[in-house]
Design a protein. Structure first.
Length: 765
């Protein structure tokens, strides 16, 4: 019995082996080629080139496709859409016998070519033919539309009748954009999909090389991997859900996007996600973005895709700026270091999302452009909602300087901002690059040369005005900027600027309705005190401004030297002043034309170079007959006990009105009126008042009995000069008139100075 059974089994095996050998010999798979080609022609606008087909039954049903090229219609294979060679389709007998067939497609080096044409349409979208009216395909499409309109699903139920697996090796995908004239390549494309089916979990893995370099703002180059598992679940009424658990590793990928992203090769960058989605809802249980050991995680849900409602949380722990600067260009540009933590909750309908979160910056530092020392010890706490934000415990150091700050922002669409800033020391000199005296001198010479060239060509300040008006125009057009309501309060114990120290600075800055105002600014500087208020109104065509204030006991020489070194030592003393100015425009011509002002000043125990230039008055008077003995000894040292004056500003001039100076010389004074224009030109005229005697001509007597000697000053405010030709004539005329014509003739005979003699001849005596 056993022997017969063994013989029967042997015969069956022999017959099976014989079938495996003989069936491929008698069944030529190429006879199906016409049906395949016809099916393609009936359904696709494409040319098909199909190579030989081979059938093998060893271990299963194995079909080998020598070549398959699908190209755009009429291109004769030149405009390839899809191409592959030596592809294999495998169906193991064991899977057939189990009742769950497993089909595996193995493809070596497939090519996919996607083209976006000049009309903006993709070549692949043009491949499908519309179904012919009355055909089975058309009927199926109409039924699908009817089912969709009725809310029915056309999907089947249960699992697929087969399990599909794909093994793609070294594929290539090319994307051409004819409008943008760009080319994107994905090479080395490996893809494994194992035992794909419905209502079960399947695994997948993809590895590829990217080469995207011709796009204007994006560069992707290098390899990345994506692997994980997924499950597609169907019910009797159609799609039920999709489960996905996947991780991507882009460590070897170079990513550059505009000025934001600049990830280099070998910088660890990983993405991960675990989610479940239906046709209505999405649930993310793991969302992970990691650079080096710094990560951002997200979890949450999106419900009702028709009217989405979000409930998400973003969390960042140990967010290390130094690690992230390897990918984010702005962080690298500033060499930002330190850490941060944040927790952000997003909830509500997409049309009206609600935000609620907090963030902390811990011991951060950066190199700010234009700042010499590194900004260090940056700390801050930020709490925010959809329409508010509050910053607290914010602080930083810049070298020896420090800043601390807190504030709030309410109503982001029409922001109301309140900020408080405090500092013990702001050493601006140490913060900003300092120029050597030689550099400053060279810059001044270059600026003067440029100004002269502009004046010669008729182009002066309008260019500067244009450059400044651009940002102002942008601000005025910005709805948020127009609506902002800003209040900033600042208290600084000490500020060092250009080697000058300001202490106890206390001020408030506001910006509302396009009007900026500096209120109640006060400080101590140059040995005195300053109080200041100002506004700039940006609403008109040209900005308008106004300023007012007062100073007391200010060292005027120190203040002037600090702001205008060229005027060092021209005025000395303690100044007391009140002033108010207003004007409009940004260019120098407009400022000269529009600036108006008035006020007064008093300088105590000082000198003024314009008065010091009067030392030569005595020498000028010695040549005048009758005045030599009485006025030739006049000597003005330039030192005064007190100098006071009113002033106005108009037409590009600082007008000196009713100046009176009490000089140190006994009972000597100087009065005058004049101006210093915006180009530092000086014009001053008045009288020198000295003790006089009874024989002084009446024309030279002051109301208080002193002798009044006229003078004129000119040249530059930085180097004033004395003009005595006109005043000398007045003095000479007065004395000669007194002594009469005889004295004149006698005097002429004795005068050797031809200039004086010529002068006296012109007088009416």
């Amino acid at each position: 019995m056993l022997k017969k059974l063994l013989i029967f089994v042997g015969v069956l095996v022999g017959l099976f082996v014989l079938a495996l050998v003989l069936v491929p010999l008698f069944v030529d798979a190429n006879k199906f080629r016409p049906q395949i080609v016809k099916t393609v022609e009936d359904n696709l606008n494409a040319d098909l080139e199909l190579g030989n087909l081979k059938l093998s039954l060893w271990g299963g049903v194995n079909i080998q496709i020598e070549k398959l090229v699908l190209s755009e219609k009429g291109s004769q294979g030149k405009a390839i859409v899809f191409a592959m060679t030596d592809a294999k389709l495998k169906v193991p007998f064991s899977s057939i016998l189990s009742g769950n067939p497993s089909v595996t497609l193995v493809v070596q080096k497939p090519q996919i070519r996607v083209v976006s044409g000049l009309d903006g349409k993709l070549n692949v979208s043009k491949l499908m033919k519309p179904a012919a009216p009355g055909s089975e395909a058309a009927k199926a499409q109409e039924q699908a539309k009817a089912d969709a309109a009725a809310g029915k699903s056309s999907g089947g139920s249960g699992a697929l009748p087969v399990e599909l697996s794909f093994n793609i090796v070294d594929g290539q995908v090319t994307y051409l954009d004819e409008k943008a004239n760009t080319k994107t390549e994905i090479t080395g494309f490996d893809f494994d999909l194992l035992r794909f089916g419905v209502n079960k979990t399947f695994n997948f893995k993809m590895k590829s090389n990217l080469n995207v370099q011709q796009m204007k703002e994006l560069t992707l180059k290098g390899s990345f991997t994506l692997e994980g598992k997924a499950g597609i679940y169907m019910a009797s009424n159609g799609f039920e859900k999709l489960d996905l658990d996947a991780d991507a590793d882009m460590t070897d990928l170079v990513v550059r996007y505009t000025t934001l992203m600049n990830k280099t090769d070998k910088v660890p960058l990983k993405l991960g996600v675990t989610l479940t989605t239906t046709d209505k809802n999405l649930k993310i249980t793991r969302g992970h973005l990691q650079i080096a050991d710094a990560a951002v995680d997200s979890v949450g849900t999106i419900d009702n895709f028709d009217a989405p409602v979000v409930n998400m949380t973003l969390t960042g722990k140990n967010f290390n700026f130094e690690h992230w600067q390897q990918a984010l260009a702005p962080l690298k540009d500033f060499d930002m270091k330190g850490g941060a933590e944040f927790n952000i909750k997003i909830s509500g309908p997409v049309s009206k999302l609600v935000f609620d979160g907090k963030a902390n910056v811990n011991n951060a530092s950066l190199q700010a452009p234009g700042i010499v020392p590194r900004v260090t010890d940056m700390n801050a706490n930020l709490n925010f909602t959809s329409d508010t934000a509050a910053i607290s415990k914010a602080s930083l150091k810049i070298g020896a300087s420090d800043l601390s700050m807190d504030g709030t922002i309410r109503n982001f669409s029409k922001p109301v901002i309140v900020v408080n800033v405090n500092s013990k020391l702001l050493d601006v000199d140490s913060m900003l690059p300092q120029k050597t005296p030689e550099q400053k001198k060279a810059d001044a010479a270059a600026a003067k040369q440029e100004e002269q060239a502009q004046q010669a060509s008729g182009q002066t300040a309008p260019d500067a005005e244009k450059s400044a008006s651009g940002p102002i125009s942008v601000m005025k057009k910005n709805p948020t900027a127009r609506a902002v309501d800003f209040t900033g309060r600042m208290k600084v114990a000490k500020i060092i600027v250009n080697k000058a120290e300001l202490t106890s600075l206390d001020t408030e800055l506001t910006f509302k309705d396009l009007v900026m105002a500096l209120k109640k600014a006060s400080a101590s500087a140059f040995g005195g005190n300053l109080n200041f208020n100002s506004t700039i109104d940006f609403r008109g065509v040209d900005p308008t401004y106004s300023a007012s204030g007062d100073v007391s006991a200010l060292d005027i020489n120190a203040a002037i030297t600090n702001q205008m070194p060229v005027m060092k030592d021209t005025v000395l003393g303690k100044v007391y002043s009140k002033f108010a100015v207003n004007g409009s425009g940004l260019s120098k011509p407009k400022v000269k034309q529009s600036m108006k002002g008035n006020g007064n000043f008093r300088i105590e125990k000082g000198t003024w170079s314009a008065l010091k230039a009067m030392q030569g008055v005595g020498e000028k008077l010695k040549s005048i007959p009758g005045a030599k003995d009485k006025l030739g000894a006049v000597d003005i040292s330039g030192k005064f006990k007190q100098l006071k004056s009113d002033f106005t500003i108009s037409d590009g001039k600082f007008n000196i009105v009713g100046m009176i100076a009490d000089m140190e010389e006994g009972n000597t004074g100087v009065n005058g009126n004049g101006f210093v224009d915006f180009d530092m030109n000086l014009s001053l005229a008045g009288k020198i008042l000295i003790p006089g005697g009874g024989d002084v001509p009446g024309e030279l007597k002051n109301s208080d009995g002193r002798t009044a000697i006229p003078y004129e000053m000119g040249c530059s405010a930085t180097s004033p000069c004395l003009k005595m030709d006109g005043p000398a004539q007045i003095v000479a005329k007065a004395y000669l008139k007194k002594e009469g014509g005889a004295a004149v003739k006698k005097a002429l005979e004795k005068i050797d100075n031809p200039q004086v003699k010529e002068l006296l001849k012109k007088l009416p005596f």
